[in-house]
Design a protein around this ligand. Structure first.
Ligand code: G4P
Ligand code: NA
Ligand code: NA
Length: 189
């Protein structure tokens, strides 16, 4: 069992509605050696994919994106969840969060991703995939190619996994949850 799965079993907290709380090591406090191990795992998977940039969405994706990008020797762009007034030419897309039952904007300054770049998308969770779809739209608006999708924790029983794999993206999740039943996590093989 890899270190992230071990940590989830030791310190993760299952809330109702299939939500896994990981605040003590990934979403609020960061376990630095664990984040580094996640970065190593994801960078290793995508090391031959010709990645030129890592893209994530604030906030939860930033730490694993950094740990991955520094190993690939490329910059990270974190997409912003509001349109900062300092952005001169923002590209924005609306994302609907099932978890929060509301929509929000995801924005990026145009020109940060250049056409023909090979982008690796990284995030802390893949659930319904709505956040990824927003990022996918912005990356494609910039004319770039998505060369991979790397996720710390995927909940395979939600729609995001099928969406990403169905679109043919090179996909890697460090911890894949097949199901959550009666307070127990079942790992995907
Ligand atoms: P989706 O993007 O996959 O469709 O997911 P959804 O709208 O359902 O979830 C949105 C937010 O909830 C994301 O964070 C995502 O990381 C988080 N999330 C989804 N499932 C879980 C879970 O089981 N546990 C935890 N801890 N988070 C989950 P966000 O709101 O964008 O917040 P943040 O990245 O700023 O923290
Ligand atoms: Na997130
Ligand atoms: Na989150």
């Amino acid at each position: 069992m890899n270190p992230l799965k071990k940590k989830i079993e030791q310190c993760g907290v299952l809330l109702g509605g299939d939500v896994l709380k990981v605040d003590s090591f990934l979403n609020h406090q960061l376990d630095i050696p664990l984040i580094e191990t996640i970065g190593e795992c994801l960078a290793n998977h995508f090391k031959n994919a010709g990645i030129t940039k890592v893209v994530t969405i604030e906030t939860g994706g930033i730490a694993p994106a950094y740990a991955t990008a520094r190993r690939l020797g490329v910059p990270v762009i974190f997409l912003k969840k509001s349109e900062p007034r300092t952005m001169r030419q923002p590209l924005c897309v609306q994302v609907f969060s099932f978890t929060k039952q509301k929509s929000y904007n995801v924005c990026m300054e145009s020109g940060l991703i250049e056409p023909d770049e090979r982008v690796l998308f990284i995030d802390d969770f893949l659930a319904n995939g709505e956040a990824f779809k927003g990022a996918e739209s912005l990356i494609h608006q910039a004319g770039a190619h998505i060369a991979g999708v790397g996720i710390c924790i995927e909940k395979r029983f939600q729609a995001g996994h099928q969406y990403v794999v169905g679109r043919g993206y090179d996909f890697c999740a460090v911890a894949s949850i097949a199901a959550i039943e009666n307070g127990t996590i079942h790992w995907a093989q």
